[in-house]
Design a protein around this ligand. Structure first.
Ligand code: MG
Length: 161
């Protein structure tokens, strides 16, 4: 069996006047902040997409969904994730599992984790048991700790049966 692993990272600024969407879930930040970006700025889904693309050396999401392309303005990142999964499948690969950790001081993500896993699993076409989503604070250190942004690290394992 052929196996491939990929990793992904993303960070977006927290700003007023934007929605806060993580793992396809619309959340509420206590200060009313949201994530800035060309698409819906869902850092969790973006990091997962980069991990999937990285596993097959297909570059990064900027190559497939350029930020200066008007088609992706305000895009639902879960739709982009489905397109990335399509690229993986076209090449004869399947998702074994993915795992991500979101770095955010607020809001508390734990109440939303199961819903995020289910949504992502649906788009990946795998059982939720194969989708790990974790959350940590940055202990008030660095840009994530100062709530200047929210970041995410992710890995993806693929198999070619
Ligand atoms: Mg991004």
């Amino acid at each position: 069996m052929n196996l491939r692993i990929g990793n992904g990272y993303d960070i977006h600024r927290l700003v007023p006047g934007r929605p806060l969407i993580l793992g396809g879930q619309r959340l509420t930040h206590p200060e009313g902040l949201g994530l800035d970006g060309h698409s819906d700025a869902d850092v969790l889904v973006h990091a997962l997409m980069d991990a999937l693309l990285g596993a097959l050396s297909l570059g990064d999401i900027g190559r497939w969904f350029p930020p200066d392309d008007e088609r992706w303005r305000g895009a639902d990142s879960l739709v982009l994730l489905e397109q990335v999964v399509g690229l993986v499948r076209e090449r004869g690969w399947q998702v074994v599992n993915v795992d991500a950790v979101v770095i955010a001081e607020r809001p508390r993500l734990r109440p939303h984790i199961e819903a995020m896993r289910a949504l992502i699993a649906g788009r990946l076409g795998v059982e939720p048991e194969r989708v790990g989503v974790k959350a940590t604070t940055n202990e008030r250190l660095g840009p994530c700790g100062r709530e200047e942004g929210i970041a995410c690290h992710a890995v993806a394992l693929l198999q070619q049966p």
